[in-house]
Write a new protein. Sequence first.
Length: 201
Amino acid sequence: MKRRAPPLHPDRHSGKPFVSLTGTLLNSEGKPALAGLQWQLFAGQCWAILGPNGSGKSTLIRALCGAAPVQAGEVTHHFLDSEPPGACAEDLIVSVSFDEQHKLLCSDAFFYQARWQSFLGEGQQTLADFLTAQSVLDINPFEILPQPVDTPSFRRRSARVQRLLGLGGLGRRSLTELSNGERRKALIARALLKNPRLLIL
């Protein structure tokens, strides 16, 4: 692993880390992938995980997200200490990967959603649909909510994120019409709108 940029707040090094992996052995498909890790991430840091194919990069990312088994050690999400009781690390960490982009166009969920929207006469899912609060927060469209989530504040934030990523003016395009780069940006926009504590690209 190589840290690409210095921390935004170097003084935080003297405090508690944001995430730590201590004496960790990670398994990938039942086989040891990484052993003896001693790593700490502090708030404001940006890291790049480098290595050849099969070196354990994806396994490490899954472990950070709480989706990979850990043996002989632990992954500690220290940032949860400042979150409300019951907060879950998996809900506060967002990973944007090539696999996510592939799923966006090839998953059964996308296929059936497109079929359902087509049945309603709405055509395929557009970028604007993809970035609504209901979609970003994975809310069941038939769920009755105590209060609306697609608020003016959320829509302003969504518009700001889209402008930042160069997606302004593309809201009416279907996801299948976007280029690979634009779909990647759409996934990053969606990730940012979830307000993650940790963003993995």
